[in-house]
Design a protein around this ligand. Sequence first.
Ligand code: ATP
Ligand code: MG
Length: 252
Amino acid sequence: MITIENLSHAIAGHKILTNVNTHLPHNKITALIGPNGAGKSTLLNAIGRQFDATAGDIYIDGAALKNIDLQDQARRLATVAQHLHVGSRIRVIDLIGFGRWPHAKGRLVQADYAAIDAALELFDLVELSGRFLDELSGGQRQRAFIAMAHAQDTDWLLLDEPLNNLDLKHGRSLMAHLRHLVDAQNRSVVVVLHDLNFTLAWADHIVAMRDGTIVFDGPTAEVATSEALSDLYQTPIEIVPMGGHYFAHYHR
Ligand SMILES: Nc1ncnc2c1ncn2[C@@H]1O[C@H](COP(=O)(O)OP(=O)(O)OP(=O)(O)O)[C@@H](O)[C@H]1O
Ligand SMILES: [Mg+2]
């Protein structure tokens, strides 16, 4: 479990996170949802230690994040940010190889190459493995970064809007794969999603944010009501049962 205790963060006097208390359960898919500017990426980046929050604590499986060294952290937790920056003259296969560095200690061995091959296969990148990142479409590049995080082979996978740019098939395939990681491999996934229907179809747990605070959190089946979601997004959302789960209707 990842526990967030009294986390606050401000930049230049502007409060971005205010007293955030929540937990991200182990061995579940947790969807981090909420309107633009809610603080979702900031929270995810705090867990991924892109910066030190102004106040509060984060614990990963019982250990205070600030006491975990970066090498150890990279073996426990992989993050794919919302905005992906990397030198564009990097080939897909080499990018995915970066995911193996926390394990390889400087030299890739057979197990690392096997993990890279598996990630290429899983994210439909085999034919693109020799391409440079700036020769890819937006969705292909997104898949390459997710493949890198996957190759890191961590207990925790944190993905910020991974469905960005993905077509229907690859979006669904990604969510099904995350489900497999949780159900078959005992991993834990935290994913920022804007598409409520993907959230309702795949997430076990929801953490909903607005204005840098938690509005509600809990098991999807309990918290994802028309009232709560309409209030969160300040827009009418109808939740209707469909095919064993729920469907959000808000398109018109
Ligand atoms: N470096 C920064 N300096 C100042 N303000 C920032 C900075 N980064 C983020 N913010 C502000 O913090 C708030 C939360 O931003 P954040 O990126 O966490 O939102 P988000 O929930 O991920 O939104 P989105 O759905 O649009 O990605 C926003 O109001 C944003 O303008
Ligand atoms: Mg964001």
